[in-house]
Design a protein around this ligand. Structure first.
Ligand SMILES: [Mg+2]
Length: 399
């Protein structure tokens, strides 16, 4: 049998770790493994002239009069900087900078004023890379060549999720050479089917993380296809082969506001265990993937009554899996769902979503108790995933 613990810890790059060592040892390597699950940072390689500031007819910004910002760039780029997790790198070709035609002293005044204005809007570039050569020099440091950014390529940065944002064809080639994606700023036709953005607002909306996940999970016991959208409308299409379990998952979806499409073909001829367990694991994985960096989300809980029963679910997207489950069922089954599998389902979710869950309930009718738990879980998830602001809700800076 596949237990949630072994299934989950297969995720840790093949390393097996025990739950007890995870929870009891403050400074163990397992914690670091969990931290490393946080995604590596992608980079925005942003062009300067024609992208942040307008390019004059002579293509050279060598006086304060020529410094002219692209509309709304300060507002939208500051939101990108604040709300999304990108490393910001400015990469700019400044043809012949330092030569008599373009002396340093004429460049740095307007350039530093640009940086001050960006800074005042909350935008600080992590690095600024300037190539001073002329096109005919054909230097490896000049875009679209990647000499200036080579150090990022074999590093911890997430290059495949990185972007070049620039106004020229050379910026598109630059992205190709890096191996990342490109957004062509402005209204010129793109050469390689690159995404075109006419405004910084469009760039912001395009880069905004989509909180969705797709899971395809196949074992000898179950085959699961699952699509989750955390910013959904409470729409469910669920088929696990266990009617009562479907009904409970639909309650979770309606009360959480997420969209969930789920089919599970499990070995129900054996019993219901693998189906319920593996749906929990897959749903937990999907939640963990879709929640991303957890920026702006909250920690929450919810309690609700269901006739004579009541349930309380407290949730924390802590990055530390834990389940406390307090309450008793009197029946062995509700529909085709074994009541002992309710705890096991939430255990599987907690472990694969890396969340802390405290569930307690009381009542007389087991159907009501279970329904109250799933509804309260849905409500807690709804509040916990709601994005308000852009802060990661932890003083540690990561969850
Ligand atoms: Mg440019």
């Amino acid at each position: 049998m596949t237990t949630p613990v072994t299934s989950l810890f297969k995720l840790f790059k093949g390393k097996t770790i025990s739950f007890n060592s995870l929870m009891n040892n403050e400074n163990n390597s397992e914690k670091r493994i969990i931290q490393s699950l946080n995604r590596m940072k992608p980079i925005l390689f942003i062009d300067r002239d024609g992208t942040l500031i307008n390019e004059p007819p002579d293509l050279q910004i060598d006086s304060y009069e020529k410094l002219d910002f692209v509309p709304d760039v300060l507002y939208w780029l500051s939101r990108i900087k604040k709300e999304f997790d990108y490393y910001l790198v400015m990469v700019t070709n400044q043809d012949g900078l330092g030569s008599p035609n373009f002396p340093d002293e004429k460049f740095w005044g307007p350039h530093n004023l640009l940086l001050k204005a960006l800074y005042a809007a909350g935008i600080q570039f992590d690095e600024i890379l300037i190539d001073r050569s002329l096109p005919e020099n054909n230097l490896l440091t000049r875009k679209p060549n990647i000499g200036l950014v080579k150090k990022f390529l074999n590093s911890d940065f997430d290059i495949s999720s990185s972007w070049v944002i620039g106004d020229r064809e050379t910026d598109e080639f630059f992205a190709q050479n890096i191996g990342c994606k490109a957004i062509r700023f402005g209204n010129k036709a793109t050469v390689h089917g690159t995404i075109t953005a006419y405004s910084w607002e469009a760039i912001y909306n395009y880069l905004k993380p989509k909180r969705k996940a797709n899971i395809n999970r196949k074992t000898t016991e179950t085959e699961i296809q699952l699509a989750l959208n955390l910013d959904g409308n409470g729409l469910a299409a669920v088929n696990t082969g266990i009617a009562f379990f479907n009904h409970m998952l639909e309650q979770f979806v309606r009360h959480s506001g997420v969209d969930l499409t789920l089919t599970c073909q499990g070995d129900l001829q054996v019993d219901e265990h693998h189906t319920i367990e593996d749906v929990g694991i897959a749903l937990g994985q999907a939640i963990r993937q879709a929640i991303g960096t957890k920026r702006g989300i909250m920690r929450y809980g919810f309690a609700l009554p269901m006739d004579e029963s009541k349930a309380r679910v407290l949730i924390d997207f802590s990055g530390r899996p834990f389940l406390k489950f307090k309450g008793k069922f009197t029946r062995e089954y509700v529909g085709q769902m074994p009541t002992e599998m309710v705890k096991h389902f939430f255990y599987s979710i907690a472990y694969s979503a890396l969340i802390t869950l405290h569930i307690d309930f009381k009542g007389e009718n087991d159907h009501h108790k279970i329904e109250a738990i799933f509804k309260a879980f849905g409500r807690s998830i709804a509040m916990a995933i709601k994005q308000e602001g852009s802060q990661i809700p932890s003083t540690k800076g990561t969850l």
